[in-house]
Design a protein around this ligand. Structure first.
Ligand code: IVH
Length: 673
């Protein structure tokens, strides 16, 4: 049964995805921290290994994932903090490392830039690149061989025999990033947040042909595995030189140091130099040079002990707050946004920053005309940190939260934190919903960027996704930036988008709590919009079973299950789906592993005690995959109780109610059908 821990983890994953992959967070850092603190406390109390947040986890639906031969870990960090400087932490690390090695002599170190890209592990078999794998969750990653080959970032053939697995970073140079965004701007599409996101997005294109000529490059820095490979040096710095002789791309800025003080000086020096590099770096990496020591030092669960990352302090700059606009989100949330004098921060120009919500704005006392400090949190999302009060103009007054929606003038609703426009037909909400529907994470309609959607709403009065599919080339051709050719292309793209399948459509509907993952799970579990709509109708009529069925799905909390069914019972949502079906949009999905078994499908199971071979989640998965549901407690409606060793009161209750009790063998027999 989903409990608070699972629910929290699910929420954190969602918010990490919004933050790190979409660069479009939904909650404030403070709210995120509160969630994470609660999660970590629960993990500690239950001995559960916490899910690690961060840009690391890039596993993507639709890619084949494979286990890494050696896990791809992250790095311990040295950064200026309240207690200790980064230099102090580096000194302590060097001392700890020398002690662990029992070394009296100085420890030879290698200092190099920490590339802000996407980690990749590349395997050459007898000189032929046979596999490229993304970092994934560190234990398993996505196979992106075709994409890496198409990018031309590394040679397909190198002069080496045996098996050689090399790790490094794929990255998009700033110039290629700017060119890519120029193209997106010209096409009226949403711009990419930074070169790292752009690179990651590129390498996760399903069609590898789209990666050709995109400008992705690589720096390789580590040999993770070598079998039958001749000539591999013992020194890390020599390894990098050796990789270069094989024709592989390596970073030229490698510095050998013999103590922490000189390594710190190199790192601090690079902080000044970083803006003159053609690619983004987010710090430096200090490594033990002798690879024989690497094995002796080993690794913790999270990071190797032979390297440490030196993080640069985030760049922070003052700029003028020209105005505060109020954005209306797809579900009506009103968000204040700072309109700034453009300022260059960590490699990209910042001219807007979310102020998150009105209480937060009041707390920071940000006013129009103020000089504010902006910083890129985690080098990704620009944040307004605070105000330079000394430079506040005399006439700057506090911001008054809106009482009516700026787009449709409906009187707003408010809870303790947020303000909402309650009008679902509000033109701003309609536009945001359409943008989301056409967006990359949802139906992904090429050529239907924000600028085109804006015009379709204002000039062609579009209000619902289904209307998109009846647009003709003539409807489109008259719009700004759309000639006859691009109109024809868009019509073709709309035709193609009809067959994306249910998961993408569900994502596109922007239902509360239904992100990409849940949309896929729902599509895979139920196979069609109709099946889901039927379930929701039964739920609305008071039948408790639909809720139990959703509750039994992996990782679906009860509140989420209710939200899904309530929304799918809503006549407006049902109408949107009916219109999409009428427009010829495919609202079906391939059922995932649900091999409905006659004796199991539609039946309710309760598990109790320890089964001889199956764990609880495995047994649940088997039952669910065969079309059954697992519920938490025994009632007259329970069909089977599966009991193992040390079964308790649930078994007794089953016996009193006369419910069939199965052991593991019985369950397996039932599964045979
Ligand atoms: S060495 C941990 N060297 O930073 C395994 N990593 O935050 C050894 N990275 O996962 C990594 N530049 O993807 C190393 N010059 C560099 C790097 C680098 C970027 C990435 C790498 C790693 C992440 C840890």
């Amino acid at each position: 049964m989903p409990d608070e821990l699972i629910l929290l983890e699910q929420q954190l994953r969602h918010h990490d995805d919004r933050y790190y992959r979409q660069a479009d967070p939904e909650i404030t850092d403070a709210d995120y921290d509160a969630l994470r603190d609660r999660y970590l406390a629960l993990c500690a109390a239950r001995g559960h290994t916490p899910y690690r947040a961060g840009p690391g986890n890039d596993l993507t639906a639709g890619f084949v994932s494979v286990a890494h031969r050696v896990p791809m870990l992250s790095l311990e960090k040295a950064a200026d903090g309240e207690d200790q400087s980064a230099a102090g932490q580096l000194t302590a690390w060097v001392e700890r490392t020398r002690k662990a090695l029992g070394l009296d002599a100085p420890l030879l170190l290698l200092v190099e830039p920490k590339i802000d890209g996407m980690s990749v592990s590349l395997t050459w078999q007898d000189g032929q690149l046979v596999q490229a794998v993304s970092r994934g969750d560190g234990v398993k990653g996505d196979v992106i061989t075709a994409q890496v080959l198409a990018s031309g970032a590394v040679p397909a053939r190198i002069p080496v025999t045996g098996t050689l697995e090399v790790r490094g970073e794929l990255y998009l140079p700033q110039s290629a990033f700017a060119a890519l965004n120029d193209r997106l701007r010209a096409a009226g599409e949403k711009l990419l947040a930074n070169p790292r996101n752009a690179c990651a997005g590129m390498m996760k294109r399903k069609d590898a042909n789209e990666v050709k000529g995109c400008g992705v490059q690589a720096f390789l820095y580590h040999v993770a595995w070598a079998d039958g490979v001749a000539g591999l040096p013992n020194s890390q710095i020599e390894v990098v030189r050796w990789l270069k002789t094989l024709g592989l791309p390596v970073n030229p800025h490698l510095t050998a140091c013999t103590d922490a003080a000189s390594a710190s000086a190199v790192c601090a020096g690079f902080a000044q130099q970083r803006s003159s590099l053609a690619y983004d770096i987010d710090g430096m990496v200090v490594k033990v040079d002798d690879r024989r020591f690497h094995e002796r030092l080993g690794a913790t669960e999270h990071h190797p002990r032979w390297a440490i990352a030196w993080k640069f302090p985030p760049e922070r700059k003052p700029t003028l707050l020209r105005g505060i606009t109020v954005q209306v989100g797809k579900s009506g949330k009103l968000t204040p946004v700072a309109e700034l004098d453009p300022v260059l921060l960590s490699g990209s120009t910042v001219s807007r920053a979310s102020l998150h919500n009105f209480p937060e704005l009041a707390r920071k006392d940000v006013r129009v005309g103020d000089t504010v400090f902006v910083e890129k949190a985690g080098e990704i999302i620009p944040q307004v940190l605070g105000v330079d009060l000394a430079r506040r103009p005399a006439d700057a007054g506090p911001v008054v939260p809106p009482t009516v929606c700026p787009a449709c003038a409906s009187p707003v609703l408010a809870d303790a934190v947020f303000i909402y426009c309650p009008n679902p037909a509000c033109p701003a909400q309609v536009r945001e919903r359409l943008r989301h529907f056409a967006g990359r994470s949802a139906v992904d309609i090429e050529g239907l960027g924000e600028a085109v959607i804006d015009q379709l709403c204002t000039v062609r009065n579009l209000t619902s996704p289904a209307q998109l599919f009846s647009l003709t080339a003539e409807d489109i051709a008259g719009l700004d930036r759309k000639g006859a050719k691009s109109a024809a292309n868009l019509v073709a793209a709309l035709q193609a988008a009809k067959s994306r399948g249910l998961a993408k459509i569900l994502t596109g509907l922007a239902l509360t709590q239904v992100g990409e993952k849940l949309a896929e799970d729902l599509a895979g579990r139920f196979g069609s919009a109709q099946a889901l709509l039927d379930l929701a109708a039964r739920h609305a009529a008071g039948d408790p079973e639909p809720l139990a069925i959703l509750d039994a799905m992996d990782g679906v909390a009860d509140t989420t299950a209710r939200a899904v069914l309530d929304q799918l019972a809503n006549p407006a949502v049902r109408q949107v789906l009916a219109d999409l079906a009428a427009a010829g949009v495919d609202l079906t999905a391939k059922l995932k592993e649900v091999r409905s078994v006659a004796g199991v499908a539609g039946k309710k199971f309760v598990l109790t005690g320890t089964l001889p071979t199956l764990t609880r989640p495995e047994a649940e998965a088997l039952i669910v995959a065969a079309g059954g549901t697992c519920v938490g407690s025994v009632s007259a409606k329970t069909n089977y109780v599966v009991a193992g060793e040390d079964a308790g009161s649930k078994l007794t209750k089953a016996q009193t109610l006369g419910i069939t009790v199965l052991d593991e063998a019985g369950l397996r027999a039932l599964m045979e059908g």
